[in-house]
Design a protein around this ligand. Structure first.
Ligand code: FAD
Ligand code: SF4
Length: 350
């Protein structure tokens, strides 16, 4: 039985490194924690987007490589051999930060518990879970990239997919990718609602079945630290608001509180304020219960599964998963980017 913990301390945090904050999905809490571990010779594990478009856990040992792990990849990943690698590194007496979805952190902790490592070696592992509303399957993301590549006539697939660029500020607004056609580079960026996969992801329609019954959607956390977007911070804690992103950081174990207080709090690497757990929970459904989907969305999901089995990807991405047809989305599509940037800037107080 893997023990869970209620948060002991909660903070709103924004990374002080502007370049790092720009490529982080939220307020850059992950990078703040990771840099501290790397600076002292530790190893950081997290999810990277591989060249073939799959999401894979990898380890990094230098701050220069950290960018590979930054940013949200909204698809199920492979942890591969990283649990074994993590145990090996701990066995060498090094410090490890392992970040992942709560179900992955649960799996890691179970492996570490039964690994035969000494208590002091286990104590050098700091786990960081994300607030998580669910992941679509690897297969769905892979065929989506294939479908996109076909649609664009790309030479060798889609590259560098980023779900959350901060082109228009912090939020689930913009995606980006690039591809080559006849050797010529093409870059694509768009609004979340303009993309069938991203729009369905944001609406919670296409997660794996288990995500709708996820046992980790609670404030009883499996990681030492939990990070997520501090949605609603502008209203609830105006002094902590930063239009470039604010992370909610839940310090769940004594080890996590010590790490934060001894190594982050006075280091000047980020701005932070004490926060109330209730203010985080109020805007985070997935700290209260798993994502719910309507009976209609379940029927759509079943049809998607059948279409995937039949290899009919056009049916999935052109008919079953329509882009946002709402009035606002249509207005957004009609506006030039410069106007959109200005409007989002005003909305976010940039
Ligand atoms: C599938 C998914 C669902 C999420 N749901 C919510 C939510 O409901 N509410 C909320 O507030 N936040 C959610 N998040 C977290 C949020 O998107 C940010 O990842 C988080 O706030 C960390 O941001 P950051 O600025 O600190 O660092 P970033 O640099 O943006 O975060 C990078 C971290 O995210 C990890 N990561 C990215 N993609 C994956 C993946 N596919 N699998 C495992 N780990 C991954 C990396 O390992 C790294 O540790 C979700 C993230 C994912 C991947
Ligand atoms: S919702 Fe739960 S089961 Fe699904 S990916 Fe997130 S932590 Fe894992």
């Amino acid at each position: 039985m893997i023990e869970r913990h209620s948060p002991r301390k909660v903070v709103a945090l924004t990374d002080g490194d502007v370049a790092s904050l720009e490529i982080s999905a939220s307020g850059g809490a992950f990078a703040v924690l990771a840099r501290e571990v790397l600076r002292r010779g530790g190893v950081v594990f997290g999810a990277a987007l591989a060249e073939d478009g799959s999401v894979r856990h990898v380890s990094v040992e230098s701050i220069d490589e950290l960018h590979r792990l930054q940013g949200s990849k909204y698809a199920q990943g492979h942890v591969g051999g990283t649990f074994a690698e993590c145990i090996k590194v701990l066995g060498q007496g090094r410090e490890v930060l392992y970040s992942g979805l709560p179900c992955q952190i649960h799996g890691l902790r179970a492996r570490v518990e039964s690994s035969g490592l000494e208590h002091e070696q286990k104590e050098r592992l700091l786990t960081c879970d994300l607030i998580c509303h669910g992941t679509p399957s690897r297969k769905l993301f892979a065929v989506y990239l294939d479908w996109l590549a076909d649609r664009h006539g790309a030479d060798d697939g889609i590259h560098g997919f980023r779900f959350r660029t901060k082109e228009f500020g912090w939020g689930l607004y913009r995606y980006y990718y690039y591809y080559y056609r006849d050797g010529v580079l093409h870059e694509v960026s768009g609004g979340a609602g303009d993309d069938p996969y991203y729009h369905a992801f944001s609406r919670g329609v296409i997660y794996r079945k288990g995500c709708y019954k996820c046992p980790f959607c609670t404030t009883e956390r499996v990681g030492d630290i939990t990070i997520g977007d501090f949605w609603g911070v502008r209203k609830r804690m105006p002094g902590a608001y930063d239009p470039r992103g604010v992370s909610a950081v839940l310090l769940n174990t004594p080890k996590a509180v010590r790490f934060f207080e001894d190594r982050i709090a006075d280091s000047g690497v980020c701005s932070w304020s004490d926060a109330r757990l209730d203010d985080v929970v109020a805007e985070q459904v997935n700290l209260r219960h798993p994502t719910r989907r309507s009976a209609e969305d379940e029927r759509v999901a079943a049809r998607i599964e059948r279409a995937l089995e039949a290899g009919d990807y056009g049916e999935v991405f052109e008919r079953l998963l329509p882009v946002d047809q709402g009035r606002n989305a249509k207005i957004r599509r009609a506006l030039p980017k410069s106007v959109l940037r200005l409007l989002y800037g005003l909305r976010n107080g940039r």
